[in-house]
Design a protein around this ligand. Structure first.
Ligand code: PSU
Ligand code: MN
Length: 304
């Protein structure tokens, strides 16, 4: 076992006994949503995963320790401290561990720590990707590299149109990451169900998805798989309304000269303000929906 890793006893027990476990990220808590909705959402997500028969493992870095599984008090601490916690990507892990500091794990670092702990399934809202204008900024999320490298399945609601979705799909294809649509041929665009772009494979059951992931692991291909799960119809947003909000948020970001790891948190907060909080409600609901599906896939995967 990695000397920097602490696996919560409940999680360790589930892994040892071949029971389903679902990893969850902490950047979505500290940087993705405001307090107190972030804490409420994180605790609800854990409850939903339990109700679906799996064990939740929210992942974070606390005092330089890589944590696979948090207590409710630790979740509250992350939610309250918010953006004062460092957003931790792959490049930050070593320094946070050596200095004994806290870090909020993104999709990238959550995949890494989940894999170290023996967890194969991970649910979140949206992933990072190729940003619009990446041809000049070179802003491509480390999430894509990690998907190429680490054998963890990520269940998300597609990606926000703050990204260039077409280039994001191209990047994933180049790096050999299968993109699966759950009950859809079309890549969902986070707040709305459609993007006009196709996924690689449509699958209609958790069993089918688990079987594909098992084959990928059995073949020793390495790398993850991306499952995209459309937001439930009743919570999806008008693509025109959300599209306008995104364009406005990006224009503001460019005007302020915001760059690097601040981009995604800035855009998420700005979009929430512009939509008067509507986007936050949708965001919360799609995370619940993904948690449920990930627990079902984890259960199917454990039976194989
Ligand atoms: N996209 C969202 N919500 C999020 C994030 C992305 O819709 O909370 C977070 C995730 O933690 C993701 C990270 O891994 O932002 C990507 O950041 P960057 O673009 O700096 O790689
Ligand atoms: Mn970036």
């Amino acid at each position: 076992m990695n000397q920097y890793l602490d696996v919560k006893p409940e999680v360790a027990e589930a892994i040892a006994n071949g029971k389903p476990v679902v990893a969850l990220e902490s950047t979505i808590i500290s940087h993705g949503m405001p307090y107190p909705q972030n804490v409420e959402t994180a605790l609800n997500v854990e409850r939903i995963i339990r109700e679906a028969g799996a064990v939740p493992a929210t992942i974070a870095i606390i005092g330089g320790r890589l944590k696979a599984g948090l207590t409710p008090e630790e979740i509250e601490y992350f939610g309250k401290k918010g953006t004062a916690i460092a957003k931790a990507s792959r490049r930050d892990l070593a320094v946070l561990c050596s200095r004994g500091e806290d870090g909020a794990t993104t999709v990238t670092t959550t995949m890494m720590i989940a894999y170290m702990a023996g967890i194969r399934l991970f649910a979140t809202g949206g992933i990072g990707g190729v940003h619009r204008g990446a041809e000049t900024t070179m802003d491509i999320s480390a999430d894509l590299e990690e998907l190429a490298k680490t054998p963890v399945m990520v269940v998300c609601a597609g990606a926000k149109a703050i990204l260039d979705l077409k280039l994001t799909l191209e990047y994933l294809e180049t790096h050999g990451v299968p993109v699966i649509g759950y009950g859809t041929e079309e890549l969902p665009a986070f707040y709305s169900r459609k993007s006009g772009l196709g996924v690689d494979y449509r699958m209609d059951t958790p069993q089918e998805i688990a079987a594909a992931f098992k084959a990928q692991n059995d073949l020793g291909l390495g790398g993850g798989m991306l499952v995209t799960n459309p937001i439930p119809e009743e919570y999806s947003m008008d693509p025109e309304v959300i599209g306008k909000a995104i364009d406005e948020a990006i224009a503001e970001m460019d005007k302020l000269g915001i760059h690097g790891k601040e981009c995604t948190p800035f855009l998420l907060a700005k979009i929430k303000d512009i939509t008067g909080g509507d986007s936050l409600d949708s965001n919360i609901q799609l995370v619940y929906n993904n948690a449920r599906l990930a627990a079902e896939i984890a259960a199917a995967y454990c039976k194989m």
